[in-house]
Write a protein that binds this ligand. Structure first.
Ligand SMILES: Nc1ncnc2c1ncn2[C@@H]1O[C@H](COP(=O)(O)OP(=O)(O)OP(=O)(O)O)[C@@H](O)[C@H]1O
Length: 197
């Protein structure tokens, strides 16, 4: 369950949110839709405490997002960021960074389901395409078995076939609450709810 209550946020003189409210039910899967620059990524970041609010509050599973709760809250969340340029050499480095190297077999299985091949973890990141890298990060995040999944433009480097494979994976996560942002109409059409900012 994710609640944004009367949140307001300005960057310099630009108002991004003004008394904005959002309630995402447990296990619901939603997509944020808005023009570029409207504030989708900012909302996904502030739900995790990466951006401070001017006013209002965020509650995750009933816990108010504030300094003393930040660690238990982040532990519940798997985050697929929009920027996939990570400071790691390859998939193995990614798993070490995420502290899930012991789940490598599971990640490889997920990667296969997303249309990658089983040697993908050993490829140097610089040799991977944007779509391969994006799916590897998603495979790692899905293997973390978190209750909340935050995906920022997960479809941005994927073709329609890859988007369908990814949808098959995320839509079967019955016990996961997902907040995503995507401009892709196939993705948007499969969500429980579309939120226009
Ligand atoms: N740390 C920051 N400091 C100042 N302005 C910022 C900061 N982060 C974001 N912005 C501004 O806030 C606005 C919203 O940015 P955001 O990245 O949330 O948009 P978006 O809807 O995700 O866009 P896109 O679809 O292009 O990814 C933009 O005008 C951006 O320049």
């Amino acid at each position: 369950m994710i609640q944004c209550q009367d949140i307001s946020l300005k960057f310099e003189s630009k108002t991004i949110f003004s008394n904005f409210n959002l309630f995402v039910k447990k296990n619901e899967k939603i997509c944020l839709k808005a023009a570029s620059g409207r504030g989708k990524s900012t909302l996904l970041k502030l739900i995790q405490g990466f951006v401070s609010l001017d006013s209002g509050s965020v509650l995750i599973d009933g816990m108010r997002l504030e300094r003393q709760n930040i660690n238990p809250i982040r532990e519940r969340i798997a985050w697929v960021p929009q920027n996939i340029n990570l400071p790691v050499e390859d998939g193995n480095g990614l798993l070490r960074m995420l502290k899930i190297y012991d789940r490598k077999n599971e990640v490889v299985k997920k990667a296969l389901q997303l249309g990658l091949d089983d040697t993908i973890m050993d490829y140097s990141f610089v040799k991977l395409s944007g779509g391969q890298k994006q799916r590897m990060i998603i495979a790692a995040c899905l293997s973390m078995n978190k209750k909340i999944l935050i995906m920022d433009e997960p479809t941005s480097s994927l073709d329609e076939d890859a988007i369908h494979l990814l949808l098959d994976e995320v839509l079967k996560l019955d016990e996961v609450t997902m907040v995503s942002a995507s401009h892709n109409s196939t993705w948007q059409s499969k969500m429980d709810r579309l939120i226009e900012l």
